[in-house]
Design a protein around this ligand. Structure first.
Ligand SMILES: O=C(O)CCC(=O)C(=O)O
Length: 308
């Protein structure tokens, strides 16, 4: 008999545990994720949202009558849009965002760095490979399949993803849902799938609940690289969902070399930094001396899902 996992709506807020690192780490170890209500000032996230919306508007994809907080798209203008590598937009639009200083700098936000320093109890390495999703609903759009980030990131299993809603993301807009405690299942096998990452985890019956959430701009969800997650179906066919995936790890642990290059090599670091004023954030990871670990190709070998 197939077991249907339970669904819980609403994450437990871990904000009060900031003052108690031992309790914070215990919750992270038990649940595999942490949620912080309004960790980031709305004005800071709005500045990033404006950059993303400008890129979409400049291409004629935004409905000119749409309010900025709603971000409705022009259905005709996006009818032939191909989502490049699960980013939600084409390669040129993604490159425009990846080469924008506001986007690349965002993961160095002092409140994010402080969160991960508290979680790891040591210096933090934000992964240079930053990811954004400008999920424009169009015929080629596919939700993100259930997966573990470890398959794509490798390096230390102590890497944590920060999933940042760049605007309010109610469940109907297709935000991220996580399988509570699933990091304890270890690294699972995968099969080919549509949607970001193109790999879906093979999972048989587990008695763990999916947790969904109506995100508000300023909220932060973070989870261990072995935690199963996926996006919910995008049910607002005229509205774009904006979010970022930033990764953080203890600076003393291994990193895999692909995490040091821009996402999908959409640009080189020299292109990205071309117009930046002098700042220590350029090539910041070279100063950390983090050890490199090898890529394990066998994690991408695709397997049948076999359940008893
Ligand atoms: O936002 C999404 O749809 C995908 C995000 C994700 O799966 C990730 O960060 O690993």
């Amino acid at each position: 008999m197939t077991h249907t996992p339970a669904t819980i709506v609403g994450f437990r807020d871990s904000t009060t545990l900031f003052a108690d690192p031992i309790a914070l780490r215990a919750r992270a170890a038990a649940d595999g994720y942490l949620f912080f209500k309004q960790l980031l000032p709305k004005t800071d996230v709005q500045a990033l949202r404006d950059v993303m919306l400008d890129i979409i508007a400049e291409r004629g994809w935004l409905d000119s009558g749409s309010a900025r907080d709603r971000a409705r798209v022009d259905a005709e203008a996006v009818a032939n849009l191909e989502s490049w590598g699960g980013t939600g937009v084409d390669e040129a639009a993604y490159r425009a965002l990846q080469t924008h200083q506001t986007f690349q700098q965002f993961q160095h936000h002092p409140r994010l760095i402080s969160l991960y320093e508290t979680l790891f109890g040591e210096a933090v390495l934000p992964h240079p490979r930053t990811i954004a999703r400008m999920m424009i609903p169009c015929p080629s759009f596919r939700p993100t399949p259930m997966h573990q980030d470890y398959i794509h990131i490798q390096g230390t299993r102590d890497t944590w993803t920060c999933w940042l809603p760049v605007g309010d993301v109610p469940r109907a807009l297709g935000g991220l849902t996580v399988l509570h405690g699933s990091h304890a299942l270890g690294v699972l096998t995968v099969r080919a799938a549509e949607g970001a990452g193109n790999l879906e985890t093979n999972l048989c019956d587990v008695d763990l609940p999916w947790i969904e959430h109506d995100y508000e701009m300023g909220d932060v969800l973070t989870f261990n690289s072995c935690l199963l997650h996926k996006s919910l179906p995008h049910q607002q066919p005229d509205t774009v969902r904006l979010s970022c995936d930033f990764r953080f790890q203890p600076a003393s642990e291994d990193i895999e070399a692909k995490s040091l290059v821009p996402h999908m090599q959409v640009a080189g670091w020299d292109d990205i930094y071309r117009d930046w004023p002098e700042t220590a954030l350029k090539y910041y990871w070279l100063q950390r001396g983090t050890p490199l670990s090898p890529w394990d190709e066998s994690l991408h070998w695709q397997k049948e899902r076999i359940c008893d």
